[in-house]
Design a protein around this ligand. Structure first.
Ligand SMILES: *Cc1c(COP(=O)(O)O)cnc(C)c1O
Length: 358
């Protein structure tokens, strides 16, 4: 009798061994685990948005060139005129496109660690060799010497630098980034997912080095449900990376909604201002707690260390507050939790629960 083929025999070994991106079901908990903006739109804006949706031709494919949304993104994100754009169904998809475009035998992607885990997961998905270089302990700065050595050894096709970094919340030292850009034979992608909450951006400097690309997303800004990211850089590179994009990858509803939303960017600016003020408050209050260590943040989350963090995480969940437990992900993140800045009321509930628990 012929044996049935087994899953293990046929799923690509590297993929078989990988674990998928971890999700925790929030249930009814206060959701401070996913770096989402807690604010929505008022009734008037929502009505205008619903009105605008009436014009959508759902029977047609989206505009192949996505002209309106690209024009709006260029204006809002101050993308230099000389630079090209590729849209992604979230910047996660852009990371995947980059890996697909640069993958090949002996091709390496180099990433500081700890950083955004999708770099590793997607490298495994496309079958590209991934090398992680530990950040420096405590301040989470790049280890420049180790990075430059790794560049000489691996000659990486791609380097991903999240700027600011997730989950550490900091922007790496600029001189270190410049040294890496100058030393690497390949491309450096600056992932600026948290740009709205940071004082730093490479955007106006894009023309300085031909081997730098930037990704941005509307997710952390307050539109995580839309799934829209943009890759920005020289057309010489993007022309070819574009070939890995599925035609019509960003649907009409996302394109129209993002255009509508970004035309009203002041709305988000107000929310971001609020979140940054609350970030400072939350930071001070966390820092005042005994046994808690807090790191500075240029993002909409705060990384902190508390003894027995997995237990604290579970206890917070039992109190109805969901944060992210990053303990166990990397030695430098021992006993660390990551909390998204929520509304003042949510932050207060989180702090009161944490105070009781510890
Ligand atoms: C959240 C996040 C992303 C993913 O963004 P999407 O556009 O939602 O896919 C990318 N990079 C970093 C560093 C992030 O934290």
């Amino acid at each position: 009798m012929k044996l049935k083929p087994t899953v293990k025999d046929w799923i690509r070994p590297a993929l078989y061994q990988t674990t998928a991106y971890p999700f925790v079901d929030p249930g009814q908990a206060i959701k401070l685990d996913a770096m989402e903006n807690p604010y929505t739109w008022d009734a008037e804006i929502t009505e205008q948005w619903l009105d605008s949706l009436r014009t959508v031709a759902l029977n047609r494919y989206p505009d192949a060139k996505a002209r309106e949304i690209k024009q709006q993104l260029r204006a809002t994100l101050q993308i230099p005129d000389a630079m090209a754009m590729i849209l992604g169904n979230g910047s996660d998809e852009l990371i995947q496109m980059l890996l697909l475009a640069f993958n090949g035998p002996q091709r390496v992607v180099l990433v500081p660690e700890p950083s955004f885990i999708m770099y590793r997961i997607l490298a495994q998905v496309v079958g590209m060799e991934y090398v992680g270089i530990p950040l420096q302990a405590e301040q989470f700065e790049l280890n420049k010497a180790a990075f430059l050595t790794a560049i000489a050894v691996h000659r990486p096709a791609l380097i991903f630098l999240a700027y600011p970094n997730n989950p550490t919340g900091n922007c790496f030292n600029l001189a270190d980034i410049e040294a890496i850009i100058e030393a690497t034979p390949g491309i450096v992608v600056l992932d600026e997912a948290y740009a709205p909450f940071s004082e730093e951006t490479w955007m106006p400097r894009l023309g300085e080095y031909p081997n730098v690309l930037i990704t941005r997303t509307v997710s952390k800004l307050g539109l995580a449900g839309l799934r829209l990211g943009v890759l920005v850089g020289s057309g010489d590179w993007l022309e070819h990376i574009e070939k890995t994009r599925q035609p019509y990858n960003v649907n009409v509803l996302s394109q129209l909604t993002a255009t509508f939303a970004l035309q009203r960017y002041a709305l988000f600016e107000n929310q971001i201002q609020r979140i940054k003020i609350d970030r400072a408050l939350l930071w001070e209050q966390l820092n005042a707690l005994p046994t808690v260590t807090v790191w500075p943040s240029q993002t909409n989350f705060i990384l902190f260390r508390v003894p027995q963090s997995p237990k604290v995480f579970e206890a917070l969940k039992a109190h109805g507050v969901l944060v992210k437990c990053v303990h166990g992900r990397h030695p430098l993140l021992e006993d660390c939790l990551q909390v998204t800045v929520g509304t003042p009321a949510e932050n207060q509930t989180f702090l009161e629960s944490l105070t009781q628990i510890i």
